[in-house]
Write a new protein. Structure first.
Ligand code: MSP
Length: 675
């Protein structure tokens, strides 16, 4: 069986868990679940870094004994990860005896090999990022030396001590050779280039002990010194793998398959110091180090001093309150949001309004609707004794597109997860969500039911349910609870294997289905306001309304006011506000018999479906419109055309005989108001 060992950084315990630390841990959990679902043996480790000077100072500032303090804080991290659904993992603490033994043995080995020596150290230390800087790396400004990495940290402190040094400078060439010989060992590619140029600038030996700190792993045979916190912390990865006493376990698990870290600790520590330390100890460097981007809070960097860290459990509690969903579902939604919203390697901006939009659009609407609609139709049409919510209908003629798309999407999701592109995986999954909704809209089972075409209806619903089942497999690493709930509604109880997504017709004909309860209830404006009131103990955050806000006052006329178009009267903002413009998603499109210009469309406005007759037949093939987001006038009086009632109008631009439908340039939810 193949093995996969992945790690997160071990987090400093001077801070409580926040969405930054949750981000890395949840990404690792998603990947661990993915590798487990593929049948691999997975070792997943996370933990706490407890020997930092800032941890000691945080305990002192609270008047607490440092041991009691770190025990309490490590507990907070363990609880947060449990609550956020982080599955089976090893939690390593640097204050554990097994790690202290590993740290000392590692130090001894490097001493024996001649890579550690004693010397005089004079330099500048940043307690905030626990990093030493040479004077020229951190120039003086207005009488103090600000931290070159994080200027908001406390000014650097001068350190003059006799210390031990690690001969990092000897490893520059070997590091470059390793990077060159192992494409893919440093990801994403653009960060690898930063590492290469950092190493090429020349590496200095690093001071790896501190005297008079009194909190840390004692240097072997010299307890006047403790091991520098970074040197100590990096070793945690091999402690977990079994170093130094369990050679069998080390053989099985080392080198680690993947170290996931944030970009802050990527270049200097995980891609330079750590592989060099391993080389010095005669151990292999990791197979891959991935450096992801950073979350900002509503445009501002999150930091302890600004007090704007977002705590993931509080955020999930807020979402639970405003959505009226269960707590585990709210937590799943937070997991989804964090990886859908920003590309994994890049930085992004957190805002509650985007979370609400993703919840309503992607989850309540797109994901929730397909399964819910199909199950409700089954309940209306295929009920029997012993299956009050309906039974899985028998298969009918293959619905080629939907079925054939599943293996294609499976390959995309798998490749994205292998490449640690979490957003790419979610985008591929949502392409299938859109295809499934498009399929249901196109095959219109409600029409088949009305027409009494029972066999065809069974086939359509059967395929819709199969499509939803396949989705539960891909969703299981990211939203394990929602995936289980969807499976329960589909009458399935097992946790899926990854390969299950490649089966079609896996649902058992006649098996009872569960009750079709919407898994992600839509967050409406009233709930949002109530929820915010309830949670108002928290820092107020800007929240986008889910329903129209009051119409803004008309702007004062200005000299630059646009010229009136000839023949069209100027209107006031009040006139414009009378037009209700909304984003609509095309569910189905077909030609109207004996009408060359007309297309008969069914569109979704989120909560309701409308019929629209549009004069687009000369410009668009009907099938190319299914699944598109368009702009619709939603309050136009209904009009009868060719025996059908048109309940709205789509907006299109026209020039030089060409017609182009307007569409929003991001995936806004169906029904979103346009102003
Ligand atoms: N203790 C060291 C790591 C030692 S690993 C051998 C440390 N700890 S930390 O608590 O500061 O955690 C830093 C890590 O937390 C980042 O590398 C990243 O994984 C995560 N994040 C912290 N803030 C973050 C954001 N704002 N956004 C995304 N991830 C962030 O450094």
């Amino acid at each position: 069986m193949s093995r996969f060992f992945l790690t997160t950084p071990i987090y400093y315990v001077n801070d409580v868990p926040h969405i930054g630390t949750a981000y890395t841990t949840l990404a690792a959990d998603i990947l661990a679940r993915f590798h487990r679902a593929r049948g691999e043996e997975v070792l997943f480790s996370t933990g706490t870094d407890e020997h930092a000077t800032k941890v000691l100072r945080a305990a002192e500032a609270r008047g607490m004994n440092v041991r009691e303090f770190v025990d309490g804080m490590a507990g907070r991290f363990q609880e947060a990860w449990r609550e956020l659904g982080v599955d089976d993992h090893v939690f390593i603490r640097t204050s554990e005896a097994r790690h202290i033994a590993a740290g000392q043995e590692f130090f001894r080995r490097l001493q024996e090999r001649g890579d550690i020596y004693q010397g005089e150290y004079e330099g500048w230390y940043c307690v905030g990022c626990e990093t030493f800087f040479a004077a020229e790396e951190a120039p003086e400004k207005e009488g103090v030396r600000p931290c070159p990495n994080e200027p908001q940290h406390k000014p650097l402190e001068l350190v003059r001590e006799t210390n031990y040094f690690f001969a990092l400078s000897r490893y520059g060439d070997r590091l470059l050779e390793w990077i060159d010989a192992n494409p893919g060992c440093l990801l994403p590619e653009f960060r690898k280039n930063e590492v290469v140029s950092f190493i090429k600038q020349g590496l200095r030996d690093v001071c790896i002990t501190r005297s008079a700190v009194g909190w840390g792993i004692p240097v072997p045979d010299d307890d006047s010194q403790v091991i520098y916190v970074w040197f100590d912390a990096l070793i945690n990865y091999i402690t977990v793998a079994g170093f130094p006493n369990d050679a069998e376990s080390m053989d099985a698990w080392w080198p680690a398959s993947l170290h996931l870290v944030g970009k802050d600790i990527y270049v200097r520590f995980h891609c330079t110091l750590w592989p060099a330390m391993l080389m010095a100890a005669g151990l292999k460097p990791p197979r891959c180090v991935f450096g992801h981007g950073f979350w900002m809070n509503e445009g501002t960097k999150m930091s302890k001093s600004l007090g704007n860290f977002i705590e993931p459990l509080k955020l999930a509690e807020w979402l639970e309150t405003v959505s009226g969903s269960t707590r585990p579902i709210a937590r799943d939604a937070v997991r989804y949001f964090l990886f859908r919203e920003m590309p994994f390697g890049e930085d992004g901006n957190f805002s509650r309004s985007s979370l609400v939009q993703r919840f309503n659009g992607d989850l309540a609407n797109d994901l929730g609707n397909g399964l819910n609609r199909a199950l409700n139709m089954v309940r209306q049409n295929f009920v029997r004794e012993g299956a009050p919510d309906g039974e899985t209908p028998p298969p009918s003629e293959a619905e080629v597109r939907l079925k054939a798309l599943a293996p294609e999407i499976h390959a995309r999701v798998t490749a994205s997860l292998e490449a640690i592109d979490l957003q790419g995986a979610l985008t591929a999954i949502w392409d299938y969500v859109a295809a499934l909704n498009g399929y249901i809209g196109e095959r219109a089972p409600w029409v088949l039911a009305r027409q009494g075409k029972r066999d065809e209806l069974a086939g359509v619903l059967r395929h819709a349910l199969e499509g939803a089942r396949v989705l539960t497999v891909w969703l299981s690493p990211v939203m394990p609870v929602a995936s289980q709930e969807m499976r329960a509604q589909l009458g399935l109880s097992s946790t899926p294997t990854w390969e299950e997504a490649l089966q079609w017709d896996a649902l058992q004909t006649g098996a009872p289905l569960g009750s079709p309860v919407p898994i992600f209830p839509r967050i409406d404006r009233k709930r949002l306001e109530e929820g915010n009131r309830i949670m108002s103990g928290e820092t107020p955050q800007s929240v986008a309304p889910a329903a129209p806000a009051p119409t803004p006052a008309p702007p004062a006329p200005t000299a630059e006011a646009p010229q009136q178009t000839e023949g069209i009267a100027t209107i006031g903002i009040d006139d414009f506000a009378k037009v209700e413009l909304r984003v609509a998603v095309v569910l189905s499109a077909e030609r109207v018999p004996k009408a060359d210009k007309l297309l008969h469309l069914k569109v979704s406005l989120g909560d309701e479906e409308r019929t629209v007759l549009a004069g687009l037949a000369e410009y668009y093939q009907p099938e190319t419109l299914v699944g598109r987001r368009v702009v619709m006038v939603a309050n136009l009086a209904p009009r009868k055309l060719r025996g059908l009632i048109s309940q709205g109008m789509l907006l299109a631009a026209e020039a030089d005989g060409k017609v182009s439908l307007l569409q929003p340039d991001t995936e806004l939810p169906a029904g979103a108001r346009i102003r």
